[in-house]
Design a protein around this ligand. Structure first.
Ligand SMILES: *Cc1c(COP(=O)(O)O)cnc(C)c1O
Length: 222
């Protein structure tokens, strides 16, 4: 499994300072994660609560677990004790439950708002107005155990790089507007999580600060 480290390193060394890499390990084994852990990598991404928890159990406890998939409210309690950053907040109801579970665990959970930027019907996420409503709500203002750190989005699955550029540019624009309106003096609101195996180079050109890469590191998922 040495090639895993080579794959990771090839991507890591190509990144400029300030861009971080989440190795998306969904469907891959704990052994594969351990190879990269032993080589010094600490950030891994999962999209299922149960899978994240089973891997947490058997792996070193200083791994930073990123939750990147659609999160059901009733699953928050499982990941709350162990998660580092939830990329996929797409409703006030979900965020309230994250806040509640974070409080129970005496911690603050870092979150990103997921935006719907693709032209496909299947992707989850907010639009700008929904995000404004969420951030303006009294309920959000009273949440003491979540910290909103930025935005996340997925581009359309297409070979047309113009479309991908435009969608990522749109997400960066959303980030800037929210930064200016709601988080101006808050240094922690700084993340734009965008870019996967097929489009992370474009995402970086458009201002990504976190890329989430799976297949280019671990190989194709079956
Ligand atoms: C699976 C997944 C990724 C990684 O996809 P690859 O194409 O394998 O790099 C990134 N982000 C999310 C939200 C995912 O579900």
């Amino acid at each position: 499994m040495e090639h895993l480290f080579e794959n990771l390193n090839r991507i890591k060394t190509s990144l400029s300072k300030g861009i971080s890499l989440v190795a998306v390990s969904k469907t891959k084994t704990a052994e594969a994660i351990k190879v990269l852990y032993d080589a010094g990598h600490r950030s891994f991404g999962e999209n299922k609560a149960q899978e994240l928890c089973s891997k947490y159990e058997v792996l070193p406890k200083d791994i930073e677990w990123h939750f990147i998939g659609h999160l059901q409210t009733n699953k928050v309690k499982y990941i709350a004790p162990v998660v580092k950053l939830i990329h996929s907040v797409d409703s006030l109801k979900l965020l309230s439950e994250i806040n509640r579970q974070a409080q129970k665990n005496s911690k603050t959970i870092d979150c990103l708002l997921q935006f719907y930027i693709a032209s496909e019907e299947t992707k989850f996420g907010l639009d700008l107005q929904e995000a404004r409503d969420l951030l303006n709500s009294e309920e959000f203002k009273n949440m003491s155990h979540v910290r909103m750190c930025g935005v996340m989005g997925m581009a359309s699955f297409t070979d047309d790089t113009n479309i991908i550029h435009a969608e990522f540019a749109h997400l960066r624009q959303i980030f800037s507007e929210l930064k200016n309106t709601f988080f101006h003096s808050m240094d922690f609101f700084k993340e734009i999580s965008m870019g996967m195996t097929d489009d992370y180079q474009i995402a970086i050109e458009e201002g990504s600060t976190i890329i989430r890469v799976g297949s280019a590191i671990f190989g194709e998922r079956t």
